[in-house]
Structures are given as structure tokens and as C-alpha cells.
Design a protein around this ligand. Structure first.
Ligand code: ADP
Ligand code: ADP
Length: 218
């Protein structure tokens, strides 16, 4: 379970989040939506262990989030953030120690549909493929919790739909808890079991809605 209690995050003079209570149950897919500047990325960054210094609590499976990141959490950002001179396999391997075999890495690459591209360089990949390398790396860190910050926003419309379907497939396979930050309400509702709406400045939770089961994809 992913949880924040009374989470307040301040940057210098800006209060980005105020007293946010957020939770995602094990295996749940929660989207976080809201206008630009309402603190969506900040919430994700706190959960990812990328922000030190906040008030309140943030925890994953009962363990407080510490700055520096957790091995149990995978994070995917809007841009794939691949090392341009490194192969797909090396890019997925980043963060692993040497005890992890190439077979395990290649298994993840296979899982995101990139079998045969282990030795490819990022420049040889389409935008969607590069984003799937980032997803493989996210999964590598431990599929229990996957944190996604606008992972599809930079993709063209067709690739976006492909990647959304792909995420749903992978997620069915691994049964991860997923938190997706997006400005796209349609995407949020399409993908998630529950949608949390942040709003205001500073950001607070203004709505928390279960997605009904008769949505289009069911
Ligand atoms: P969103 O992801 O919803 O667009 P952010 O979490 O990026 O919102 O930002 C929330 C608020 O915090 C905004 O006012 C933004 O300018 C501010 N903010 C975010 N990161 C920083 C930072 N590193 N330094 C100063 N202000 C920041
Ligand atoms: P997002 O909406 O995805 O957070 P932004 O372009 O708002 O994207 O932020 C990109 C980066 O800039 C983030 O690391 C964020 O923390 C930082 N940032 C955002 N707003 C500010 C700000 N007002 N001052 C300094 N850094 C900021």
C-alpha cells in the first residue's frame, strides 16, 4: 500500500502540497489529475523518495519513504531518460548490482515487448519503444509499486493508445500498485480504478472517485 498522511511540501516560498491524504491499495491503479501546478509531480516525487524535507508522512508498504528512493518502487517520467550511448540492456540494467544476470534483464526487456532489441541504442528506437525501455527499468526496481509521471504525454496519439493498452497488459501480468500522474482526465479515467483530483494552490485533494466498472474498456 502507498500512503501519505497530512503531506505538506514547501519549496522556498511555494507551498506545493498542503495536508494531502493519499492512498493506493495493493494492486490498485490510481490516477492523480489536476491542473498544472497543483502538485501532482511533487506528490509523485515524494512517493519516489526524490524529495527530502516534507511534513507529514509518506510510506510504501508501511516503510517510510526516505530521500534517495526505494528499491521497491519503479518510476517512469514523461521523457524516457535513457543514456544515449548505452544499449537497451545497459539502460535497463542501470541501478542493478552485478549479481543480476543478463537473463533476468532480458526477461524484463521481453516483457515490455522489445525482444531482439537488447543491443539497440536509444537512437534506433521509436518514442514508444524508448518509453517501454523506461518502463522495463521501472519494473526492474521491483514491480510492487509503479509511479508514472505523464508517461504518455510526449507520444503521438497513436503511439499513446498503444502504450496505454500495453501498460494495462503488463499491469495485469504483474499485479503492481500503480500511481499515474496525468493532466489528461480521459486517460486517467480510462486506465485507473480510482481517480484522485488535486486542485488549488497549494494543492489539496478536491475529489476522490471510484471509476465505475462499466467504463469503455471493461
Ligand atoms: P504539477 O505536476 O501539478 O504541474 P508540480 O508538482 O510540478 O505541479 O508543482 C507544484 C508547485 O510547486 C508549482 O507551483 C511549482 O512551480 C512548484 N514547484 C515544483 N517543483 C519546484 C521546485 N523544485 N522549486 C520550486 N518550486 C517548485
Ligand atoms: P511537471 O509539471 O511534470 O512537474 P515542470 O516542467 O513543472 O514539470 O517541472 C520540471 C522540473 O522543474 C521538476 O523537477 C520540478 O520540480 C521543477 N520545477 C517546477 N516548478 C519549479 C519552480 N517554480 N522553480 C524551480 N523548479 C521548478
Amino acid at each position: 500500500m502507498i500512503e501519505t498522511r497530512s503531506l505538506t511540501k514547501t519549496y522556498d516560498d511555494t507551498v506545493a502540497l498542503r495536508e494531502v491524504d493519499f492512498a493506493a491499495d495493493d494492486g490498485e491503479f490510481v490516477s492523480v489529475v489536476g491542473p498544472s501546478g497543483c502538485g501532482k509531480s511533487t506528490l509523485l516525487r515524494v512517493l519516489a523518495g526524490l524529495e527530502s524535507g516534507f511534513d507529514g508522512t509518506a510510506s510504501i508498504d508501511g516503510t517510510p519513504v526516505n530521500a534517495g528512493g526505494s528499491d521497491d518502487v519503479g518510476v517512469v517520467f514523461q521523457d524516457p531518460r535513457l543514456l544515449p550511448w548505452a544499449t537497451v540492456r545497459e539502460n535497463v540494467r542501470i541501478g542493478f548490482d552485478e549479481s543480476v544476470t543478463d537473463d533476468r534483464i532480458d526477461d524484463l526487456i521481453d516483457r515490455v515487448g522489445l525482444d531482439g532489441f537488447e543491443m539497440a541504442l536509444p537512437e534506433e528506437l521509436s518514442g514508444g519503444m524508448a518509453q517501454r525501455v523506461a518502463l522495463a527499468r521501472g519494473l526492474a526496481y521491483g514491480p510492487q509499486a509503479l509511479l508514472l509521471d505523464e508517461p504518455f504525454s510526449a507520444l503521438d496519439a497513436l503511439t499513446k493508445v498503444e502504450q496505454q493498452e500495453f501498460l494495462l497488459d503488463v499491469r495485469d501480468d504483474i499485479d503492481a500498485t500503480v500511481v499515474l500522474v496525468t493532466h489528461d482526465v480521459e486517460e486517467a479515467v480510462y486506465l485507473a480504478d480510482r481517480v484522485v483530483v488535486l486542485g488549488g494552490q497549494p494543492g489539496t485533494v478536491v475529489a476522490d472517485v471510484e471509476v465505475p466498472l462499466d467504463r469503455p474498456r471493461d
